[in-house]
Design a protein. Structure first.
Length: 181
């Protein structure tokens, strides 16, 4: 997008609250991440944070953390349609907070148990919402996507660009379209 940035991890509890809706959950966690970074950084630059949740039949599937949980999540997603909610929050230098949420629908083909086992052995699903990365090995089993590919990856670019523009942050600065350099 042509925007200079520095990545900073946020150490926040990502647990869902009892009965919390997925859209509320991702907005709350993204805002918590943005506030955490803003409170700990000495500079007063804008802070952009995002959070993503995979939701199957109303159940939020977080990051599995260990192979057995990843196998269970992937088994439950096998042959199913699920939603992916991604929220983006922007805190400005003036303390204003802007939010956008994206919802996409993903259809998985049937996942062979041997493939699930091999995929979990790669380590890729362990820190991913719903135990998969659309940009990784799991892409071969996504038979349909309705919505935002970048949103399923974890940072919906359309919503991010909209937030930046609403906050008056220039996008595509210094973009060099000269292919000779």
């Amino acid at each position: 997008m042509g925007v200079a940035y520095r990545a900073v991890g946020a150490d926040v509890d990502e647990s869902a609250e009892d009965g919390e809706l997925a859209a509320d959950y991702v907005r709350r966690i993204a805002a918590r991440k943005a506030r955490w970074v803003a409170a700990r950084e000495a500079c007063k630059l804008p802070v952009l944070a995002a959070d993503t949740a995979v939701v199957l039949r109303g159940r939020i599937l977080g990051k599995p953390g260990y192979p057995a949980a990843a196998r269970e999540m992937l088994g439950s997603l096998s042959g199913q349609v699920h939603e992916v909610f991604s929220a983006v929050v922007l805190l400005t230098q003036e303390g204003d907070e802007f939010q956008r949420t994206n919802v996409s629908t993903v259809t998985f083909a049937h996942l062979d148990p041997a493939w699930i086992e091999a995929y979990c052995a790669t380590g890729e699903p362990l820190d991913k919402a719903g135990a998969y990365a659309i940009q990784g090995y799991a892409a071969q089993f996504i038979s349909r996507l309705e919505g935002s590919y970048s949103g399923v990856m974890g940072l919906p670019l359309f919503e991010t660009m909209d937030l930046l523009q609403c906050a008056g942050i220039s996008v595509l600065p210094g973009l060099n379209l000269d292919s000779t350099q």
